[in-house]
Design a protein around this ligand. Sequence first.
Ligand SMILES: Nc1nc2c(ncn2[C@@H]2O[C@H](COP(=O)(O)OP(=O)(O)OP(=O)(O)O)[C@@H](O)[C@H]2O)c(=O)[nH]1
Ligand SMILES: [Mg+2]
Length: 231
Amino acid sequence: MAEIRIAKKLTQANDEVAKENRRKFGELGILAVNIMGSPGSGKTSMLEALAGRMQGTAIAVIEGDLETDRDARRIEKAGMKAVQITTGRACHLDAGMVRQGLEALDLRGIGLLAVENVGNLVCPAGYDLGEDMRIVVSSIAEGDDKAAKYPPMFARADIIVLNKMDLLPLVDFDMDGFAADARAVNPGAELFRISCKTGEGVSALAERLACARGGKAGKTVSAKPGAKRRR
Ligand SMILES: Nc1nc2c(ncn2[C@@H]2O[C@H](COP(=O)(O)OP(=O)(O)OP(=O)(O)O)[C@@H](O)[C@H]2O)c(=O)[nH]1
Ligand SMILES: [Mg+2]
């Protein structure tokens, strides 16, 4: 019982900081995107692929990993600003970590802030970071059953990205089954099929994000407390 009470308090504290983050993104007109998915699904690769296709939108990235700054270095190499948060043992980012990341970034001129969450299909789903949009990256290599087996992660996604489409001829993957499971768990989510290796589908995703960013920048202050979230 005591453990349950503590967990509730922690989540409430997280939600307060998430609100502050959301307010800040609203004031700055920045689209904040929380990118989640299994280790190796292609979260960093997707950001690298998007970088060259989002002309006119400067991207900054908060990278979350248990150890190393390898992903942040990849992001900088691709021309984006980056800050690495190493969580040690924590299997997800929380709103306080994102706030710390924001303090370390120069956000002037930034249109899109991407938060690459710790690779994990379970824990990150439970934490609001103050984001506008959630993207779950799954991949052909992981198998077609992930939406059905990890529903909380997929249920809260605005966009589901199915990456590594180039591997489809090599892997037994039931595309219709994956799409049906995703629809059953989350009928409102948009599905993008991409390959970071060949570039297939990445431009369409870039256009979708640019459009969302345009909508956000057009609002004066969009981060009102209690603003609509599909939670
Ligand atoms: N064939 C193929 N390989 C890909 C594709 N996208 C990513 N990869 C490879 O998949 C591996 C993992 O990609 P990352 O982008 O590092 O994955 P990640 O989700 O950021 O991984 P973590 O940060 O460890 O959770 C790398 O070897 C990539 O080169 C793709 O579209 N096709
Ligand atoms: Mg990564």
